[in-house]
Design a protein. Structure first.
Length: 214
């Protein structure tokens, strides 16, 4: 049995100082989303899903300076929490391949458990909370809210996605509006459809106010 609380405590030490929308509240919501999706897909391995949900940001390059060292620390934490070698590899494979950036060049095949964790994480990137997190990330990294002279990018690779200059509003077009169609599960698609409408209404209102139409 994997000690889930121990893993959550380990992940919290990494997320505690984050101010870009990836703090411990994000981890708690992703786990909550995963629980909700698990109810619809009971054949998935629950321990794998919840462990990966809690650890999915522990070696994200947005949060740690040395990804390889952080990945090793995550594997050590899994072993300490009682995960078998097979469970460790399954969880690390999910984290390695679930990110939006990792799927830009080529779609990554995920296990059933990985599909649930990916959906759970992406659900927290959209909707009202997704809007708030997007502006938090933009503010934390010195991003501009909007520039009518800078249209959304239509072709992205992993380097351009993270490093090229864009705007917060462009991020909705470049990533967030696309996530509903990329959900793996029926439950994820249903939740994402509503949250996407929330975002589209917000962006329409934002642009109308920016242009002085309202």
């Amino acid at each position: 049995m994997i000690a889930q609380t121990q893993l959550e405590q380990f992940a919290a030490t990494i997320a505690a100082q984050d101010h870009s929308g990836h703090a411990t509240d994000h981890l708690a919501r992703v786990k909550q989303n995963a629980e909700q999706l698990l109810a619809q897909v009971p054949q998935a391995e629950r321990q794998i899903v919840l462990a990966a949900a809690s650890l999915h940001d522990t070696y994200d390059d947005k949060l740690v300076p040395d990804v390889a060292a952080a990945r090793r620390a995550t594997q050590t934490a899994l072993a300490s929490a009682g995960a078998t070698s097979a469970q460790q590899q399954a969880i690390l494979a999910i984290i390695d391949h679930m990110g939006f950036k990792a799927n830009l060049a080529q779609h990554q095949d995920l296990s059933l458990e990985g599909q649930l964790v990916q959906d759970a994480d992406r659900l927290d990137a959209i909707g009202a909370i997704g809007i708030a997190r997007t502006f938090m990330y933009g503010g934390a990294h010195g991003g501009r809210m909007y520039d009518p002279e800078r249209p959304p990018r239509t072709k992205l690779d992993a380097v351009a996605y993270r490093d090229d200059e864009s705007t917060v509003i462009n991020h909705f077009y470049e990533k967030l509006f696309k996530l509903a169609a990329q959900m793996n599960t029926a439950a994820g698609r249903q939740l994402a459809a509503h949250r996407t409408l929330v975002m589209r209404d917000f962006v329409a209102e934002f642009l109308a106010e920016w242009r002085g139409e309202k």
